[in-house]
Design a protein around this ligand. Structure first.
Ligand code: NAX
Length: 329
């Protein structure tokens, strides 16, 4: 049988942590034949809650779970990890300035970058979930120079899956037959969910849906605002869908996207493809093979899309500038 892989989950005592740890232990992230050792990190105030999660994981008797490390020490948590799922962060609270929130997260991601740099296994793959996800992952990358830039990503797969879900419901077609939506840019309300290359049952989504006003209006704002809609309905932010999408992100990255030419969305280091700003983490359509992602090239982009792609890129450049100010303070 395979040697176990070590998977770090930060913020493991939180909502997404509680949803994702059992998924990983069930094989939803690295496959049904891959044993895992879960490394769970949280902070001192959550220490007892973290111990509770550890106890439940023991109680659930997962055949694939080969061990658990539950700790509030970042260096211990990062030691030897093959995959790092960064969920822990400082949430925006009412009345807080944007810069204050950024400053807290910059400090967290700088420190955790150092712990990963020191301890992670060579080739460790990182996905940042915690908001502001793109900029947190950028800070992590900038402060862990020995980790290849290609190994540092952020989660926009939830937005991607939300787009597929909306097209599925609207067309009454199972979601497995909906492919190739794209999330461009920032995991924020400026993201651009693009359906121009999407297909439903092999046919262009625009043809199947037959309602451009909906696709250019309500669809886009629904995907952009879905997080807020979940908070309104549940009184809590998305957790199971975020956890499941983070598993999808790593699974497809490690095990590959389907050979049928379909793609997924990932926040990755921008090389300037499609006019995106370089030096930020921007969400692109990607395919994955042999543990490597590559940006899908050559897609036609109409003028309306280009405007939206530019706007979300500009927001990322601004966020980066703010983060750099916080780093310098
Ligand atoms: P919770 O507040 O339930 O959990 C966060 C956990 O992180 C807490 O247990 C907290 O103690 C811990 N934490 C804080 N600082 C830490 C540090 N320095 N090291 C380790 N752990 C630390 O939030 P939850 O609902 O789980 O959401 C987590 C993050 O995901 C938030 O930043 C949230 O905004 C973000 N999201 C991102 C999404 C995406 O698609 N990229 C969607 C879902 C979610 O909103």
């Amino acid at each position: 049988s395979k040697a176990p892989k070590r998977v770090l989950v930060t913020g493991a005592a939180g909502q997404i942590g509680y949803a994702i740890c059992p998924m990983i232990a069930r094989g939803a992230m690295l496959g049904p034949d891959q044993p895992v050792i879960l490394h769970m990190l949280d902070i001192e105030p959550a220490k007892t809650a973290l111990e509770g999660v550890r106890m439940e994981l023991v109680d659930a008797s997962y055949p694939l779970l080969a061990g658990i490390v539950a700790t509030t020490d970042a260096e211990e948590a990062c030691k030897g990890v093959d995959v790092a799922v960064m969920v822990g962060g400082f949430p925006r609270k009412a009345g807080m300035e944007r810069k204050d929130v950024m400053s807290k997260n910059v400090a967290i991601y700088k420190a955790q970058a150092a712990a990963l740099e020191k301890g992670a296994a060579p080739g460790c793959k990182v996905v940042v979930v915690a908001n502001p996800a793109n900029t947190n992952s950028l800070i992590l990358g900038e402060n862990a120079p020995s980790i290849p830039k290609e190994n540092i990503t952020c989660l926009t797969r939830l937005d991607h899956n939300r787009a597929l879900g909306q097209l599925s419901e609207r067309s009454a077609t199972h979601v497995s037959k909906v492919k190739n939506a794209i999330i461009w840019g920032n995991h924020s309300s400026t993201q651009y969910p693009d359906v121009n290359h999407a297909t439903i049952d092999g046919k262009p989504a625009r043809e199947v849906i037959g309602d451009d006003a909906y696709l250019d209006g309500e669809f886009v704002s629904c995907v952009q605002q879905r997080g807020a809609a979940i908070i309104k309905a549940r009184g809590l932010s998305s957790a199971l869908s975020a956890a499941s999408s983070a598993c999808d992100h790593i699974r497809d990255w490690v095990l590959g996207t389907p050979a049928d030419g379909s793609w997924v969305s990932m926040g990755v280091y921008s090389d300037g493809s499609y006019g995106a700003p370089k030096g930020v983490i921007y969400s692109f359509p990607v395919t994955c093979k042999d543990g490597q992602w590559s940006i899908v090239q050559g897609l036609s982009i109409d003028e309306a899309s280009a405007t939206k792609m530019k706007a979300t890129g500009e927001e990322l450049v601004e966020e980066k500038a703010l983060a750099m100010e916080c780093l310098a303070d």
